[in-house]
Design a protein around this ligand. Structure first.
Ligand code: ATP
Length: 222
């Protein structure tokens, strides 16, 4: 990988991973010219309730979903850490490893971006990475939807073309459109809980669905 190659970083609970996640990563890779996407599942996300599936299951499902794509890798450092999963320390570790000049691009959907103001040390994100914000059905990127501090950062940092990501190692916010897939892990878990695995089909990869069935995941109401 050359020094200037863009590295995508994609965090989430992935409980379970689904095609909304996979299309986001794939379309980001193609549209933003990312050399690779590092998937970083959270262990214990601080700003939401605990994931339903145990971390080893979420990692196993991600391995199945990402298999065969040489641009994707799985970083289990947050997942296996006992510390709460915060993006800033994770990005600091990556930055130290990849060097000060490498453009890092944190990938997230509009819903996640709108909640950014509640993230630990969130303003420091902009010194560590660019933010690429993918469209998601049901959410809009309007100033009225953002807390004032976030709206301020958005207006100061917003870019309109992917070329901006190569021009600096961090600091831009780039909204980008992706194929609208109204899939959420919350809805998938509810579908799976009802025992009708069949109706979750084609919303997530078959090997992941088979894994869920084989391990009887998401059946309990929790
Ligand atoms: P949950 O319903 O449990 O909150 P989720 O489906 O939103 O889960 P996460 O693991 O929380 O999945 O999401 C990881 C990232 O993927 C977030 O940045 C989120 O915005 C984005 N994302 C998830 N699903 C989609 C989708 N269908 N379209 C666009 N972005 C998505």
């Amino acid at each position: 990988m050359s020094d200037g190659a863009l590295v995508g970083i994609f965090g989430g609970t992935f409980d379970p991973v689904h095609y909304g996640h996979l299309r986001l990563a794939e379309e980001a890779r193609a549209a933003l010219g990312l050399a690779e996407v590092r998937w970083i599942p959270a262990g214990q996300p601080p700003h939401r309730s605990a994931p339903q599936a145990a971390v080893e299951h979420r990692l196993a499902m991600l391995r199945l979903a990402l298999a065969g794509n040489p641009a994707y890798s799985l970083d289990d450092s947050e997942a296996l850490s006992a510390a709460p999963s915060y993006s800033v320390p994770t990005l600091e570790r990556l930055r130290a490893r990849l060097g000060a000049q490498r453009p890092l691009v944190l990938l997230l959907g509009v819903d996640a971006f709108l909640g950014l103001g509640s993230w630990h040390r969130w303003r420091e994100l902009f010194g560590l990475a660019h933010l690429a914000v993918a469209t998601r059905p049901g959410y809009t990127l309007e100033a009225g939807q953002m807390a004032p501090a976030l709206a301020g950062e958005f207006h100061a940092r917003r870019k309109h073309a992917a070329a901006a990501l190569s021009a600096a190692p961090a600091g831009c916010i780039l909204p980008f459109p992706i194929t609208a897939l109204d899939i959420s892990a919350t809805h998938l878990r509810a579908t799976l809980r009802s025992g009708s695995g069949g109706s979750a089909r084609y919303l997530l990869p078959d090997p992941v669905l088979d894994y869920i069935a084989g391990h009887k995941l998401y059946l309990a109401d929790r």
